[in-house]
Design a protein around this ligand. Structure first.
Ligand code: MSP
Length: 511
């Protein structure tokens, strides 16, 4: 039974040499939806995010800014923490790789790998990209650059190596036995064919700079930033104390959410490090796609990084959250454009849902003494709508378990569409004189449908869903998913004065 198992979800930890942008906001919001969904579904959740603070790239940025690396990391890490607040993110923890709880854990992990004979010292010669903090084979280079387009440099150093070459069969067996461990499927195939192609031992220390965790027993070396960074997922739940309640409750992680660019680190290196250290690999890694902005790649030279703050100030928080998860099939690449956001905001949110809610609440306010009306016998049409609404949880739960956020929202909005058709067909405004008994049944059916929709929408648009639930006078204790089937809207309950939920976006407001 997995239904009530605790749920541990993580974002990647963000490099502190960049300021938060749309890409970071995307991964974080997707994780927040998962975390909120699982909490509402009765799971005990641990939601972790944080910052990746070591490595040559950070050391270089600090040098350019002429400040000590710790100062740079303190400042920029705070920016990412601020981003979580700004996006309404419900993380339970925020880890920084410069914290003692982390560095101590990495130290032990290294020693454990060494003790098990997984690490050796040897000469390294190869290509390295500081921007990607990654090593590349000669055969992977494209026109003398990394496949990501980043500059590479030739490195010759004495390094510690992890015996990754010995892990090919065990990794392939792990993928085989855990068909859901890498998603989407196309990414899983990509990883499997990479591993089938053969693995080289991996350099896991550097001597040419010092901003990192020293290798235990040989402080001339610092630990490779990816080994350091990946370990955050276990140090945050108490590693090395693997006997602790915390570690045994939450490890292995249920889901590492990552962008497609960092898939290999999470699905090849990370499970190999873990299994080599005697720990369980994560249950699942999902790689999402990348956004372009108005048709262009986000880049320093184009200076088109969109700060999350600007997005939220322009459109409001919930429209941004909704757009990010509704616009693209999660896993695919796509384009962020002002036109597309406004289309979703004014169409799906203001028109389809906002107007529906407003119409229903205003009619109840005017025609039913502002109290939830008492329904009479329900018609087939009433029951059809109520069934569509109450059947949603099951559908949405499956989509969420597959991280198909766009399909979950599409399913919810299909019921919004049905409710709009129902309002038009039943025309409750015309019934107020001719058949008030029937009007009350229609308005009750609509208000109950809104209750179901609002409860289910909470993970995606928490603030707006909360306002809708307030207007339906739903008590705090009745907002979890258990209340979807167990409780129905209670006739007679007094409702507050209706207020709009999603204002339309007017171009003038943008200026
Ligand atoms: N520090 C590493 C992760 C270590 S995890 C143990 C890192 N950090 S990052 O700040 O560069 O990127 C973090 C995430 O932002 C990645 O998942 C990446 O895919 C995502 N994005 C960066 N640009 C993006 C877009 N343009 N679009 C969508 N997501 C993108 O990698």
């Amino acid at each position: 039974m997995t239904a009530n198992r605790p749920f541990f979800i993580t974002t990647p930890i963000y490099y502190v040499n960049d300021l938060p942008h749309l890409g970071h906001a995307y991964t974080t919001v997707a994780c927040d939806v998962m975390a909120r969904f699982m909490r509402l579904d009765g799971r005990r959740v641990r939601f972790l995010t944080g910052t990746d603070e070591h490595g040559q790239k950070v050391e270089q940025s600090a040098r350019t800014a002429d400040i000590p690396p710790q100062e740079l990391t303190d400042r920029n890490s705070a920016g990412f923490r601020e981003m979580t607040r700004l996006l309404g993110v419900s993380n339970d923890d925020f880890i920084r790789t410069t914290e003692p709880r982390h560095t101590r854990g990495v130290d032990v992990l290294w020693q454990e790998l060494e003790r098990r004979g997984e690490i050796y010292l040897g000469p390294f010669a190869g290509w390295y990209s500081v921007r990607d903090e990654a090593f590349y084979d000669e055969s992977e280079l494209v026109d003398g650059k990394a496949p990501t387009g980043a500059e590479v440099e030739w490195l010759e150093e004495e390094n510690y190596f992890f015996r990754l070459s010995a892990w090919q069969d065990r990794l392939l067996a792990y993928y085989e036995e855990n068909p859901d461990a890498i998603a989407p499927r196309s990414r899983r195939n990509e990883v499997i064919s990479f591993v089938r192609g053969g693995l080289h031992d991996l350099s896991i220390s550097r001597t040419s700079f010092s901003w990192g965790i020293p290798v235990p027993g040989n402080p001339k070396h610092v630990i490779y930033v990816w080994l350091d960074a990946l370990a955050n997922y276990i140090t945050a739940v108490g590693y090395p104390d693997t006997e602790s309640k915390e570690f045994s409750t939450f490890w292995p992680a249920d889901l590492h959410m990552v962008g497609k660019d960092i898939l290999r680190f999470h699905t090849v290196y990370w499970p190999a490090f873990l299994i080599a250290a005697g720990l369980a690999p994560p249950r699942r890694v999902f790689a999402h796609g990348w956004w372009t902005v108005e048709g262009q790649k986000m880049s320093k030279s184009l200076n088109n990084f969109i700060p999350p703050k600007q997005l939220v100030e322009t459109y409001g928080l919930d429209p941004v959250r909704y757009f990010l998860l509704r616009e693209l099939p999660f896993g695919s690449d796509g384009d962020f454009s002002h036109r597309a956001v406004v289309g979703r905001l004014n169409g799906d949110l203001a028109n389809d849902l906002g107007n529906l809610a407003q119409r229903v609440l205003v009619m109840i306010n005017r025609n039913c003494d502002a109290c939830v009306p008492e329904p009479a016998t329900l018609s087939t049409a009433d029951e059809a709508l109520l069934d569509a609404a109450s059947g949603l949880l099951e559908t949405v739960r499956v989509y969420i378990s597959e991280q198909a956020f766009h399909l979950a929202l599409e399913a919810i909005w299909r019921v919004v569409g049905e409710a709009n058709r129902y309002v038009d067909e039943q025309a409750p405004w015309a019934l107020s004189r001719s058949n008030p008994v029937r009007m009350r049944s229609v308005l009750y059916t609509l208000a109950e449908t809104l209750r179901q929709l609002a409860i289910l929408m909470q993970p995606f648009v928490p603030g707006s869903a909360e306002r809708l639930l307030d207007q339906l006078a739903i008590p705090e204790a009745e907002r979890g998913f258990a209340a979807l089937a167990q409780i129905a809207l209670r006739p007679g309950r007094r409702l507050p004065k209706p207020e709009g939920i999603f204002p339309r976006f007017l171009e003038e407001t943008r200026a």
